[in-house]
Design a protein around this ligand. Structure first.
Ligand code: TYM
Length: 327
């Protein structure tokens, strides 16, 4: 049976990379598949320091945002990772099957560990193993993610195969479902991906940004000295990122967008893309505000999702316990 699983970190506001790289696909897939699970992965988010009250609020804000974007708990399971303890338990077992060198080169470790005065935690180092556990705990077959998660998914596939070889054919080897939108880049550094942890706040377009913030961020977006609108990510990453965002927001292809923009200069073009983003996200922004006012509804959605997720996880984990010899 096909089963879809994906996760998102509740690290504050969700951005357009999350939306076009993942959430948009998530909404589509809940209509197409019968068994679909989406997890707000709070254990993953704890790999960097968090202030508890802010962290809790981020979890609820992420829940509201996913619901406002169209995630429907009647059609999928939406749940909080830490409410299903088997994720961490399976993470431990899979960690015992994974070599240190295999995960040493992963970007989340290399980038953060290379930054000055940051030693990194054991949790951050083993993060990709926990991600494999998230996926395999439900014997998932398909994982809708953005391009930046492909390496992590390869590890999950390797671990599944390793486990199967050692203990008998048990896990399906999960496949990525990639979004048609290429990686969305930072508006301030179009060679880096748009990210929640970008220290340059003007680089990240959040789903909840006000029209004024959106206009400002586009006005300050880094482009180059050529005024034409063309798509060439290698030699013109800035303007190409604007085209990528424009295509994603309008649903047009890159080619169609570029064709429409013949004769425009980049300054004018930034205003057009900003307006398209404002229009696209205005209803979602309003719905987030409405949902944020009913905290107990958000908590109930997560609670109900966790109960159903546990029902799926528990028999799989019992079988794993038996296979490894715990019982
Ligand atoms: P996270 O929370 O960083 O991102 C959530 C989803 O958004 C996509 N994404 C992007 N796509 C395009 N352009 C971008 N700039 C961009 N930034 C983020 C990501 O590809 C992702 O699909 N490790 C994962 C969370 C996770 C997970 C899992 C995912 C934990 N366990 C199991 C799938 C399956 C992460 O940090 O995603």
């Amino acid at each position: 049976m096909d089963r879809i699983f994906s996760g998102i970190q509740p690290t504050g506001k969700l951005h357009l990379g999350n939306y076009f790289g993942a959430i948009q696909n998530w909404v589509r897939l809940q209509e197409e598949y019968n068994s679909v699970l989406y997890s707000i992965v709070d254990l993953h988010a704890l790999t960097v320091p968090r202030e508890p009250a802010v962290f809790r609020q981020s979890i609820l804000d992420t829940t509201a945002t996913l619901l406002a974007c169209g995630i429907n708990p009647e059609k999928c399971l939406l749940f909080l990772q830490s409410q299903v303890p088997e994720h961490a338990e399976l993470g431990w077992i899979l960690g015992c099957l994974t070599s240190m060198p295999r995960i040493q080169s992963f970007p989340q470790w290399k980038v953060k560990n290379a930054s000055q005065n940051y030693e990194g935690t054991v949790g951050l180092f083993t993060y990709p193993v926990l991600q494999a556990a998230d996926i395999l705990l439900y014997k998932s077959t398909h994982v809708p993610v953005g391009e930046d998660q492909v390496l992590h998914l390869e590890l999950a596939r390797d671990i599944a195969q390793h486990f199967n070889k050692k203990y008998g054919n048990f896990f399906p080897v999960p496949k990525a479902i990639l979004s048609t939108t290429k990686k969305i880049k930072s508006l301030r550094d179009p060679t880096a991906k748009m990210s929640k942890s970008d220290p340059q706040k003007l680089g990240t377009l959040n789903i909840t940004d006000s029209p004024e913030e959106i206009v400002l961020k586009f006005r300050k977006a880094v482009t180059d000295f050529t005024s034409e609108v063309t798509y060439d990510p290698d030699s013109r990453p800035g303007v190409s990122n604007l085209v990528t965002i424009h295509a994603a927001v309008t649903g047009l292809s890159i080619k169609e967008v570029v064709h429409q923009c013949v004769g425009l200069d980049t300054a004018h073009y930034k205003g057009i893309v900003a307006e398209a983003v404002i229009q696209k996200f205005a209803p979602i922004r309003n719905e987030i505000k409405r949902l944020q006012e009913d905290k107990s509804h958000l908590e109930k959605v997560l609670q109900a999702g966790a109960e159903k997720a546990k029902e799926l996880a528990s028999p799989v984990y019992q079988e794993i316990r038996r296979l490894v010899g715990f019982q």
